[in-house]
Design a protein around this ligand. Structure first.
Ligand code: KG4
Ligand code: ZN
Length: 334
């Protein structure tokens, strides 16, 4: 029996479902934002031979896993479907075939039980991940979401919405980590590997561009990756750990310089990190050294998960049955 649940008590739970990329996720979260279960079935190994996510492979795996992942989330929460008061699902953005599996499963489950359904913007999920107990951040705050698919800065005044202040103009920060790692001969997904290798290298050994066009709050990482490519071509025997450390330093400084600018411009003194790149040891350390209050959710709430989708749904108006039967997954959301 999970914490917060008592035998015989009917609970008021939100079931979250997330299948926007290569992780099949389901979670049970209470109305108050307590996470009772957060199940992630990662497909990393299925995509590793291809060096990146293959959309068709992802859809097929979601289809095979989704029922078992939802059942596991209920079991781990010590709950049954009778305890679920509403269903929340990632509507987009993401891989359309992957999203469709989650949206169809969530619609079918909600319709069969006559429950309301809340369509959730995946990015909103990352934005509110830091509001989940036990360590919720106070409003208003600045959030940096940096993952393999997205990198943006947003101001959060109310948990039901967010205002994007800047975003990447090309690659996401996680993509820059993964592509750099690949150039350095590290296995996919390379971000964590590059992080590890960088800890043994000298971040000042090589100079890389700081990827900050103009004085707005946008990011750009494609030039950095090209710089690493040229460096390896010109100096094939360059020390790999020094290269990793210098390359990581450039990504982290590109992120933190924008964060500092945004905190100053917006007059904010609270920062939350989200997305898989928030697991990066140097980024975490640099954020904590900024002199503002910093909320970094545990790694399993930073990377893609369904608890953050259920958490976002707490602050959104649900759609009653049968209004959501027309709901479609959307690869892009406005
Ligand atoms: O949020 P996430 O799990 O999935 C997406 O929505 O993309 O983020 C995955 C990304 C990958 O690019 C991965 O390499 C990166 O986060 N990542 C890291 C670290 N751990 C994960 N990047 C740098 N350092 C890490 N320790
Ligand atoms: Zn994500």
């Amino acid at each position: 029996m999970a914490h917060g649940a008592r035998p015989g008590d009917s609970q008021r739970l939100i079931l979250g479902v997330e299948t926007s990329c290569d992780d099949t996720c389901a979670a049970l979260v209470t109305d108050e934002g307590e996470v009772l279960s957060n199940v992630v079935s990662s497909q990393g190994l299925a995509h590793a031979p291809f060096g990146g996510v293959v959309p068709e492979v992802a859809s097929r795996h979601h289809l095979e896993l989704i029922d078992a992942v939802i059942a596991d989330a209920l079991a781990r929460a010590g709950a049954g479907l009778d305890d679920v008061r509403r269903v929340a699902v990632t509507q987009g953005p993401g891989l359309i075939g992957a999203l469709l599996v989650g949206v169809s499963a969530a619609k079918a489950l909600a319709a069969a039980r006559g429950l309301p359904l809340t369509p959730v913007d995946h990015l909103h999920g990352h934005v509110v991940a830091s509001t989940l107990q036990p360590d919720p951040i106070d409003l208003p705050y600045l959030v940096l979401v940096a993952s393999g698919g997205h990198t943006f800065l947003a101001r959060v005044e109310e948990p039901g919405s967010y205002t994007v202040l800047g975003q990447t103009l090309d690659d996401a920060a996680g993509e820059a980590f993964d592509k750099g790692a690949r150039l350095l001969g590290l296995p996919y997904p390379g971000g964590p590997e590059l992080d590890r290798l960088a800890q043994t290298g000298d971040p000042d050994a090589f100079s890389f561009p700081r990827a900050a066009p103009g004085d707005g709050l946008d990011f750009s990482f494609s030039g950095l990756k090209t710089a690493l490519l040229y460096r390896l071509r010109d100096e094939p025997d360059a020390n790999r750990a020094d290269l990793a450390a210098s390359y990581q330093r450039a990504i982290v400084e590109a992120l933190t310089s924008r964060v500092e600018q945004a905190l100053e411009r917006e007059g904010l003194d609270r920062l939350a990190l989200g997305g898989g790149v928030a697991a990066n040891s140097e980024l975490r350390g640099s954020a904590r050294a900024m002199g503002v209050s910093v909320a970094v959710p545990p790694v399993d709430l930073c990377t893609d998960n369904a608890a953050m989708i259920a958490a976002a749904a707490r602050f959104l108006e649900p759609v009653a049955y049968p209004g959501y039967l027309e709901l479609d997954a959307a690869a892009r959301l406005s």
